[in-house]
Design a binder for this molecule. Structure first.
Ligand code: HEC
Ligand code: HEC
Ligand code: HEC
Ligand code: HEC
Ligand code: HEC
Length: 305
């Protein structure tokens, strides 16, 4: 029996395609959904990084990224999640949420796509745990989940996955290819965007999230960076100003930091005083002309978010 060559080519190409697809799913797929909050936290456990990268870990632990579900103060972000549910979701006719118990992952992703992107890998049971923790003001529980080392150096390290491949669980992504001393991630792979603003831009907002059934808007810093700072001749990256300039590294501070405050605006005040004859009854009165010029020296509009 002779098998036509074209048939073989099709079978062969099909096999290769299937291989690629399986690889794609194995590497890029999210596998089984985490059933508990602890299971999701364990999947992205960055505790081991502390052993060898102590200084970086400490800086990160003081950053906003380490409490991205809780926020500043007593829990500004946590409190706003509650507002989303009670004043948003529960009042919107078509949201599918009548009471807090109805909240699913898809509802939380409205915020978590930036505040906790790995939440997309969790089941709706985890949504219930999060909602309960929000109601109980349980910051400790919510802080088990955050934008930690494995989010920037693995899960969200690659944006163009069809070009650069899907992030691998057994590698961390840094500035160059090589071996990595760690047991769980024995390789360092070069992340093409680690020094680029787009790495930060994926969560720092362009405007309304049009891809969603219910677009929301929070941070818009990356939008103003792209459309105002860059066109006006700005040439620094987020990393240069927030990590390098004042050697703040992974603390990535903003207005709560003195050096960053100082670097934020140029203020030029010009005062000219004179006497002015207003009218007959009030006569000559002293008057001052105050000119204030504020120049934003950051890479985006301020304040934001
Ligand atoms: C047993 C020690 C050890 C552990 C654990 C460890 N690392 Fe490393 N890592 C190193 C050493 C050593 C280097 C190379 C020197 C350096 O860049 O600090 C390195 C390099 C890196 C780099 C590349 C830096 C570059 O040049 O761009 C990244 C990224 C990184 N580690 C992230 C992590 C993360 C994330 C974790 C936790 C999941 C982790 N490491 C756990 C020891 C470790
Ligand atoms: C496009 C990504 C994105 C989305 C979507 C998003 N956020 Fe944010 N959010 C950020 C970033 C980035 C910051 C901090 C930076 C800033 O101020 O620009 C922030 C800041 C905040 C702050 C202030 C934090 C503090 O500690 O003071 C609160 C509160 C907040 N977000 C709540 C929410 C809630 C609730 C939702 C959903 C309704 C949401 N965000 C949706 C990215 C986002
Ligand atoms: C919000 C994103 C983000 C998080 C979270 C993050 N990193 Fe990084 N990390 C970066 C970026 C960006 C650079 C590269 C900075 C540069 O060189 O421009 C970097 C650089 C590094 C480097 C190499 C350069 C250096 O400073 O020695 C190591 C090692 C590293 N990170 C480890 C970690 C560890 C460990 C954690 C968790 C404690 C962590 N990172 C959390 C974004 C992040
Ligand atoms: C995975 C999403 C994500 C990535 C990637 C990310 N951020 Fe953020 N960032 C956030 C969120 C969410 C917040 C606000 C957390 C909160 O307070 O609720 C934040 C807060 C901040 C803040 C405010 C800190 C403060 O003191 O108020 C700065 C500055 C910042 N990020 C800089 C960066 C830089 C620089 C990068 C890239 C190297 C980066 N971020 C990458 C999500 C992200
Ligand atoms: C030219 C330097 C510079 C560049 C570039 C820059 N920033 Fe900033 N950024 C600052 C300074 C300075 C502040 C402090 C502003 C203040 O005191 O209000 C700041 C503030 C912030 C804040 C807090 C905003 C708020 O609510 O007031 C966030 C978040 C932030 N930057 C993220 C980013 C991200 C993400 C990028 C890249 C897309 C970036 N920055 C690029 C200098 C820069």
């Amino acid at each position: 029996m002779t098998i036509p060559k074209s048939f073989l080519t099709i079978v062969f190409t099909g096999l290769i395609l299937m291989m690629f697809m399986t690889c794609g799913i194995a590497m890029g797929g999210e596998g089984q959904k985490a059933k508990t909050l602890d299971e999701l936290a364990a999947r992205y456990d960055s505790g081991s990084c502390k052993e060898c990268h102590e200084e970086i870990y400490d800086q990160w632990a003081h950053s906003a990224h380490s409490r991205s579900m809780v926020g500043s103060g007593a829990g500004r972000t946590r409190a706003t999640f509650k507002t989303l549910i009670t004043r948003g979701l529960m009042t919107w006719e078509y949201s599918g949420v009548k009471q807090p118990e109805d909240v699913k992952i898809e509802h939380l992703m409205v915020c978590a796509r930036c505040h906790l992107p790995q939440l997309s890998e969790a089941s709706d049971d985890v949504a219930k745990e999060i909602v309960k923790a929000v109601w109980d003001k349980d910051n400790e529980k919510l802080n088990k989940l955050s934008i930690n080392c494995l989010i920037c150096h693995q899960r969200n390290a690659i944006i163009h996955k069809w070009v650069d491949g899907f992030p691998q669980k057994d590698a961390v992504y840094g500035t160059s290819d090589g071996e990595h001393e760690s047991e769980d991630q024995p390789a360092v792979k070069k992340n093409p965007i680690i020094k680029e603003s787009i790495l930060c831009g994926q969560c720092h907002g362009l405007g309304p999230g049009f891809g969603l059934e219910q677009p929301t808007q929070c941070a818009t810093g990356y939008g103003s960076y792209l459309w105002s700072y860059i066109p006006e001749g700005g040439s620094q990256t987020c990393q240069e100003c927030h990590m390098k300039k004042f050697n703040k590294g992974h603390a990535m501070p903003s207005y709560r930091d003195f050096d960053m405050q100082e670097a934020a605006v140029d203020m030029d005040v010009n005062v000219f005083s004179y006497h002015w004859r207003k009218n007959k009854s009030e006569g000559i009165i002293p008057i001052a002309l105050v000119k204030v010029a504020l120049t934003n020296k950051t890479g985006h509009g301020i304040p934001d978010g």
